[in-house]
Design a protein around this ligand. Structure first.
Ligand code: MN
Ligand code: MN
Length: 298
């Protein structure tokens, strides 16, 4: 399989999993159960999770995944962003949906999807990222909502989810990158209500990590864990939940903390809306060409 075929396969799996997830009613389910079942479905279809499924509730915009002993249950009226990554040989398809069971937020969720559709419609090779941001911002504000300014889409490279090039959710001033043909990009509008700040901050909770240095530690236990993580996930993000097959939680969490302190691991704290307002998200991964964009997660 060449890399474009890997992207296509990853995209097909991610899309199928997302659509199955959309059909389910999640109220009363635990975040743990949702994460585990989505990730299991990815594996059953022949892919690997590219990152722990993000299940971010209400004013949490992103980067929450279930802890090994997570007791959180989805309630009526919750707005839940489910962000799914699938990789084939490190080539990642990244897609997200927002589910909610309170009609009050239907228009917010639809505005995220509409902004994404409109952004995709103008995207092709050489489209400037700022023009995509302008379309997203306009689409969201026309519906009376506010884009999250400091969250953006991104380029993807093998085993790298945020590969350095941003696709903003607002018009940006100054120079802007242009999208290259045959490269993969995720576009992901995030928005909140008018009374939201439109900016997210890092919260205290942090349960997604990735390896940033393989420099050995003095302690054997820490080294063994680092080696295990590297073998399994390389530079892709992981969660403690994924290591409980070989580690007890009581031993695992302190080792992860040590690896973070030694800067072997990077942590991704949850991202929370600045005025604690509800956030919705939609996301697709696409590959631009001269004639348009091939949305691999459609
Ligand atoms: Mn995503
Ligand atoms: Mn993404």
């Amino acid at each position: 399989m060449n890399y474009l075929e890997c992207y296509q396969r990853a995209g097909k799996i991610a899309s199928e999993v997302r659509e199955n997830t959309k059909k389910k009613r999640h109220v009363g389910r635990s975040l743990y159960e949702i994460c585990e079942s989505v990730e299991q479905e990815i594996r059953t279809l022949g892919g690997s999770p590219a990152f722990p499924v993000n299940v971010s509730l209400n004013d949490i915009a992103a980067h929450y995944t279930a802890e090994p002993n997570d007791m959180s249950i989805v309630k009526d009226g919750d707005v839940l962003k489910i962000d799914i990554g699938v990789h084939i040989d490190g080539f990642v398809a990244d897609t997200a949906l927002t589910v909610c069971y309170d009609q009050k937020y239907d228009s917010l969720v639809q505005a995220a999807e509409r902004a994404l559709d409109e952004a995709i419609r103008i995207t092709r090779a050489n489209t400037r990222a700022t023009d995509i941001g302008r379309v997203i911002e306009l689409s969201i504000s026309q519906k009376g909502f506010k884009p999250i300014q400091n969250l953006s889409g991104h380029s993807l490279e093998q085993f790298t989810i945020h590969a350095g090039k941003s696709i903003p959710n607002i018009r940006t001033l100054g120079s802007s990158i242009s999208l290259a043909a045959n490269h993969a990009y995720a576009i992901e509008p995030f928005l909140t209500t008018k009374d939201g700040l439109g900016i997210v901050y890092e919260g205290k909770t942090c349960n997604i990590f990735s390896v940033i240095s393989r420099k050995p530690l003095k302690e054997k236990a820490g080294n063994d864990l680092l080696q295990k993580i590297w073998t399994r996930y390389k530079t892709l993000p992981f969660a403690a939940r994924w290591l409980t097959d070989e580690y007890e939680i009581d031993e695992l969490i302190p080792l992860i903390n040590t690896l973070r302190k030694k800067r072997n691991l990077h942590g991704y704290p949850i991202l929370v809306e600045g005025n604690s307002k509800i956030v919705a998200q939609a996301e697709h991964t696409l590959i631009p060409s001269e004639n348009g964009a091939d949305v691999i997660t459609l």
